[in-house]
Write a protein that binds this ligand. Structure first.
Ligand SMILES: O=C(O)CCC(=O)C(=O)O
Length: 279
């Protein structure tokens, strides 16, 4: 049996100096993220790069569906009809590319939002498959404390980095989000289950973004997957980063070859995970 070792974290001193990104863009993006709960970083990748990721993703997705007995069988386990959540394990190229998991612009914004010690232990994806239906309004993480203890919002603790793998539109099921809802602390325990009704009284937007953009979202933001009426799937990578003191379990298994390919800076972000020998 192969053994797994916990990845040793490089020290902060090993991080490359900042400066490769536009500081004004970072500050502006971090402010938007803080105030609205999400920010779109446009035109980060060439379309051809996303196209190549997409082709690899489609192979994994079709295998994922087939391995689970087809779409109908899989639907018994999905959150909404044809709304497919899939982990990207094993974490190998092209999904492990540092440009994806530790893009300098996204890293700089996350450092502003989560502090320099932020870490990642969750790598997932969401696909609105053709024929998908609307999901219930939900948040991926609630306020850190209930209102009995604290009725004011805390700064962000968890962010998801979404990497759209095609142009997102209302036709193909771009996510619906409620900006500003990351700052809502429920007044009563019973409010927690009633987001659907509450959301109807609040303004929402759709994440109609071009392929090549990144979307950073506070996990507390209310949102839902939407119907895909196109004849092709609408996938996005969903990588979660959290403040350094947050424990995200279970850790990811990172193949040794992936770990060896990464810079010290990327290893530091993924330091909480388990490096496993190649099979
Ligand atoms: O795919 C989307 O647009 C959102 C999916 C989602 O929020 C979920 O599955 O929890």
């Amino acid at each position: 049996m192969q053994t797994a070792t916990r990845a040793a974290g490089p020290t902060t001193a090993n991080l490359p100096p900042p400066g490769s990104v536009d500081d004004a863009r970072v500050r502006s993006a971090a402010r938007t993220l803080r105030e609205t709960g999400l920010v779109v970083l446009e035109d980060v990748f060439e379309r051809g790069y996303i196209g190549a990721l997409r082709r690899e993703y489609d192979v994994r997705l079709e295998r994922h569906i087939a391995d689970r007995g087809g779409l109908d069988a899989l639907n018994a386990k999905t959150f909404g009809k044809n709304q497919i959540g899939m982990h990207l394990a094993p974490l190998i190229a092209p999904f492990s590319d540092e440009q994806v998991v530790a893009h300098p612009l996204a890293v700089a914004v996350m450092e502003e939002a989560l502090g320099p010690e932020f870490a990642c232990s969750f790598y997932h994806s969401n696909t609105a498959y053709p024929g998908s239906e609307v999901q219930p309004v939900h948040r991926d993480h609630g306020p850190l404390f209930g209102s009995a203890e604290m009725s004011i919002p805390t700064p962000a603790t968890h962010l998801v980095l979404n990497v759209p793998l095609c142009d997102f539109s209302e036709e193909n099921g771009s996510t619906e989000v409620w900006p500003g809802t990351h700052l809502i602390v429920d007044r009563a325990a019973e409010d927690r289950g009633d987001l659907e009704a509450r959301a109807r009284t609040l303004p929402s937007i759709r994440t109609n973004v071009r392929a090549g953009s990144l979307v950073l979202r506070d996990l507390r933001v209310w949102h839902r997957g939407m119907p895909n009426r196109a004849d092709y799937a609408r996938p996005m990578l969903a990588i979660v980063y959290a403040r350094g003191w947050v424990v995200q379990e279970p850790p990811l298994s990172i193949p040794q070859a992936t770990w060896d390919d990464w810079s010290e800076r990327t290893r530091r972000i993924f330091r909480r995970n388990t490096v496993v020998p190649a099979k």
